[in-house]
Design a binder for this molecule. Structure first.
Ligand code: PLP
Length: 380
């Protein structure tokens, strides 16, 4: 008997996918796609071979637009605000590249900001300034409010759920503070969409298909409030078109001219499956899986959990006991126990991590028995 809520979600999730080879507890790295998603991607590629790439894309446009609409809905925006991209990182590079803020412009970030995001910001000439946070790295709202009042950065960039720690930032409260201060809020929802609520009132949100949404790799999204895209300059914009780009939604100027359309089709199907499962129920089961993981693993073999036990996410990170190598442990778990997890290096969040962590990220079909296998393996 499972003590987790919504066992039907586990059954549906499991039967919808190919059987995993071993125990897959690594959805924060890359989830397992469903058979329907895999087939839709293959079918679109076949359609391209049959009728031509552009014709196949035109035939898929209705589906893609539906997908934009659903993605937008999960983020509290409209279909016209959605651009498909190649990854979360590509989305951020496009955003800061096309915003063309003056070099030296200050961007508020939390201490645990993801290394690739910091690199993209600094590469664009922007200067990250650190927002106040508490011990586990959660934004200190009173401190942020004070900073916005006394010395506001030009924008805030916040990663709603980090890759190296399963803590949820207070996105809704941050969005309200930013709105009151007239400072745009950009949310990285790469680890958050399909996992926790992302309809929080941010001006920009971006993420990726392959993690909690369980879509194909190589696809991402960038969702822009019209007021933000009005401040961006596309490389190729409407003025280059004879018809002035008539009827083209504002976010579409930030999509690649050519792209892996089959992958976008797969993402749309995956988002549809998420919606069909019920995002609220998915969140409840994932949060319960996170708690079950932390309860089982904390202290096992000297490993210690970094998150509060009841943090409503399915990402658990473990600090190693003295003298134990995290990477070697992940390799041993895979080779000897068939358990797939991530060894996340300190470089992911150098201002927050004091060393590497072992990340455990079960999706809906993970069982308590599988978590017991991992607990026993860590203790051995
Ligand atoms: C994975 C991840 C990214 C990068 O996503 P890509 O699609 O690989 O570019 C960005 N931010 C966070 C928090 C992530 O976990």
């Amino acid at each position: 008997m499972s003590t987790l809520p919504h066992d039907d979600l586990a059954t549906t999730w499991r039967t919808a996918r190919p059987r995993p080879a071993g125990v897959h507890l690594d959805s924060a790295a890359c989830s397992r796609q469903s058979t329907a998603v895999l087939d839709a991607v293959a079918r679109h590629a076949r359609h391209e071979a049959e009728i031509g790439g552009s014709a196949a894309e035109a035939a898929a446009e209705g589906l893609l637009q539906q997908g934009r609409s659903v993605l937008a809905g999960l983020l509290g925006r409209a279909a016209a605000d959605v651009a498909f991209t190649e990854s979360a990182s590509a989305s951020l590079r496009t955003l800061v590249g096309r915003w063309r803020l003056a070099p030296g412009t200050r961007v508020g970030v939390l201490p645990g900001e993801y290394w690739h995001n910091l690199a993209a910001l600094t590469d664009a000439g922007l200067v990250p300034v650190v927002l106040p946070a508490d011990g586990p790295g959660r934004a200190d709202l009173a401190g942020v409010e004070r900073m916005l009042r006394t010395d506001p950065p030009a924008l805030l960039h916040v990663t709603l759920v980090a890759s190296h720690r399963g803590v949820v930032q207070p996105g809704r409260e941050l969005a309200a503070l930013c709105r009151a201060a007239g400072v745009p809020l950009v949310l990285d929802v790469a680890q958050a969409l399909g996992h926790v609520d992302c309809d929080l009132g941010a001006d920009v949100a971006y993420g990726t298909s392959r993690k909690w949404l369980a879509g194909p790799r190589g696809v991402g999204f960038l969702v822009l409030a019209p007021a933000v895209s009005a401040r961006l300059t596309p490389v190729v914009g409407p003025e280059r078109y004879d018809d002035g780009g008539a009827g083209t939604d504002h976010a579409r100027w930030y999509e690649s001219h050519d792209a892996h359309i089959a992958g976008r089709v797969g993402l749309v199907l995956a988002v549809g499956e998420h919606l069909a499962a019920g995002p609220d129920r998915v969140r409840q089961r994932l949060a319960a899986l996170g708690r079950a993981t932390r309860e089982r693993l904390d202290g096992r073999g000297g490993w210690s959990v970094a998150e509060p036990v009841d943090e409503p996410t399915a990402i658990t990170t473990l600090r190693a006991p003295a003298g134990v190598d995290v990477r070697a442990t992940a390799a041993r778990l895979r080779a000897e126990h068939g358990v797939l997890v991530t060894a996340a290096g300190r470089e992911r969040a150098p201002a927050e991590l004091t060393g590497p962590v072992l990340r455990v990220s079960p999706h809906l079909d993970a069982t308590e028995q599988e978590l017991d296998v991992l607990a026993a393996a860590l203790a051995s």
